[in-house]
Design a protein around this ligand. Sequence first.
Ligand code: PMP
Length: 402
Amino acid sequence: VFEDIKAAPADVIFALTASYAADTYDKKVNLGVGAYRTEEGKPWVLPVVKKADHILVDDNNLDHEYLPILGQKAFREASAKLILGANSKALAEGRVGAAQCISGTGAVYTGAHFLSKHYPIKGAACYISKPTWANHRAIFEGVGIPVLEYPYWDPATKGLDLKGMLGAMQSAANGSIFLLHPCAHNPTGVDPTPDQWRQIADVMEAKGHFTFFDCAYQGFASGSLDKDAYSVRYFVERGFELFVAQSFSKNFGLYSERAGNLTVVAKTPEIKNRIESQIAKAQRAVISNPPAYGSRIVSTVLTNEKLYKEWEQNLSTMANRIIHMRKALFDELTRLQTPGKWNHIVDQIGMFSFTGLTTPQVKVLKEKYHVYLTDNGRISMAGLNSKNVKYFAQAVDYVVRN
Ligand code: PMP
């Protein structure tokens, strides 16, 4: 039957991890995958997650029954409150819906799938930032929504191309869908300032565009849950109806547990109910109901004041170590007088830094130095630590000079 099937290309990031794992060189460095690592280069089970784990193990009322189709109620409510803020007017007005999804990826998919069926402007395109997380294109194209790009990264300033971004929003057909990263933009680490968000919102509003936020790093970027949610809350305050995909992979270190949520801010409670019913109908046919474990960990922490505070401390530990590594890398490149300006390393935020290294330079890093990163020059800051940052800086210095 399948004689003519063509092989699909391997996923770039996961292929990179496999090459790293197969490399026997003792100084090898993995800056590919977007997962937090400790100073020792190890995965970190958050102490607060361990505590929640014990609470769940000891809870005799828990069983392995199916969750409802839209997931665990406490998790959905706590997730929406986390991103919108406890004082959100939209929450008080009862027009916020939520669906527990298969982590951030599933939440983006669920929102995209809903839009492919129910967005009132037929044939509307989804604009994604150039560059963006590769899965955005795959997900939206996968549900049949045409994908276009808006400028985001300015190679000259190694910062935000605000003019290009606003220009694309202006010239897009009215009522287009725009996928925005609320914080810790992947892959660039470049976020708009509050004033730039205001300008973005002005155009989004004037053009009647639909906002789809993909929030994979709340609390992980700055260490402050409120600060990282600024853009979403600002848009909601201004009256936008919008979707927010939330991932708990990074901020809880729950990568494999696939805990995510799609928060829906609708115009009225009644419209919210209808949207939720359609999402439930679609979800039933894809996953039937979401997995319980990760969402129980998250809701246990989010609904317990003491654990919540502890979680904030764990978030600060991760965010601060990354910020510290940015400084260490910057200092080392400055000390080596590596040609070029490197201040973007410290200006960027979150898991990633878009170094500006070229694909040929990345190749040399890999072949000569056993340093693994994506061809676009993106490095996962979490892969750096005080033991390998000097080695990495020397490698960068070499490829820049040669
Ligand atoms: N969106 C963005 C922008 C991301 O960087 C990621 C993680 N790499 C995700 C969504 C989803 O991740 P997950 O499905 O593991 O929650």
